[in-house]
Design a protein around this ligand. Structure first.
Ligand code: ASP
Length: 316
């Protein structure tokens, strides 16, 4: 059995208010990549590592997700992208931080994983590394969409409001009116029974320059070992402080997948860590829980694709 699951970020409060005008495009992106890559996983054409890389690349290409082109803007109005990837069988990992020119941060992270050392590279060194490994490079302005600029302008205007605190300043990109434009991630189980996980993000609108979220941190936003692969999304600081993705793997050993996932969300909740996660284990079980209004998500399993935003999944 093979499985590919993806998320496109979690966010919002209260009951789901239904699809926005932009949501069909996000759903179409997830459905298309799940169908194509799911089939290829099924045929044994792809291993879990390449499947999660390609899945995240497809979402980095979609400007409505907060990764690659369409990433949110930091306090200075610039894009800085984080990504990480992990292969379960040997716990090989790669992570890049604050990239500004690499079209597919997840691919640069995969090259680090394959090279074996170091695990993490930050800033211009990460972009240079991507360039040396022929990962396409773009002008920084190419990543900035009109939508993100408008979102940033709004953040800036609100930020100037008297009484705003630093914490309120750093918004998850999916808070406020423009719900659901989130971080992206993927987990996969391949035909050899091996798992991998990857996550990629522009972080949070108005984030301080140099801020590193959970997405780049192995064990916080991304984890894979011999039995489970996990990708998280939400307020990164709480996922870092609870080592959420690794915690999922630890709870999974004794509690099973469903209970483990709920425990992790219970742990991040009190630290302000609203969000969600996706996980697959080597038995082919999948969970995609979230404690927010919505989480963009989808899964390919047993030859069938399902995608969802609010509480329910629909067949695609
Ligand atoms: N976890 C990401 C971060 O803190 C944001 C998100 O998942 O939306 O950078």
């Amino acid at each position: 059995m093979v499985v590919l699951a993806v998320h496109g970020g979690a966010g919002g409060d209260g009951p789901w208010r239904g699809m926005t005008d932009a949501d069909p495009q996000r759903i179409a992106c997830m459905a298309a990549l799940l169908e194509e890559l799911g089939e290829r996983l099924n045929n044994g054409d792809l291993d879990a590592l390449e499947a999660v890389t390609l899945a995240v690349e497809a979402m980095e290409n979609e400007p409505l997700f907060n990764a690659g082109r369409g990433s949110v803007l930091d306090e200075n109005g610039n894009v800085g992208m984080d990504a990480s990837i992990m292969r379960g069988v040997d716990k090989a990992a790669g992570s890049v931080i604050g990239l500004t020119t690499t079209r597919h941060p997840v691919r640069a992270a995969q090259h680090l994983l394959l090279q074996g050392w170091p695990v993490m590279l930050a800033g211009p060194s990460g972009d240079d590394f991507g360039k040396r490994h022929h990962v396409e490079q773009m002008e920084p302005s190419w990543f900035e969409t009109e939508l993100r600029k408008a979102q940033w302008e709004k953040w800036k205007a609100q930020r100037l409001r008297p009484g705003a605190t630093d914490e309120e300043d750093a918004l998850l990109d999916h808070d406020g009116e423009q719900d659901g434009w989130g971080t992206v991630g993927a987990v996969a189980l391949d035909a050899r029974g091996q798992v991998a996980a990857a996550t990629s993000t522009g972080g949070m609108t108005g984030k301080p320059v140099g801020r590193v979220g959970d997405t780049a941190i192995i064990g916080a936003g991304t984890w894979a070992d011999q039995t489970i692969a996990v990708s998280c999304t939400g307020v990164g600081e709480a996922f870092i402080r609870t080592v959420a993705a690794h915690s999922m793997a630890v709870h999974h050993r004794t509690e099973g997948l469903e209970k483990a996932a709920l425990k992790v969300l219970e742990e991040v909740g009190p630290l302000g860590g609203r969000g969600g996660l996706i996980a697959v284990n080597t038995d082919g079980e999948v969970v995609m829980p979230f404690q927010t209004m919505l989480m963009y998500r989808g899964v390919y399993a047993d030859g069938t694709c399902q995608v969802g935003i609010g509480p329910d999944l629909i067949q695609s």
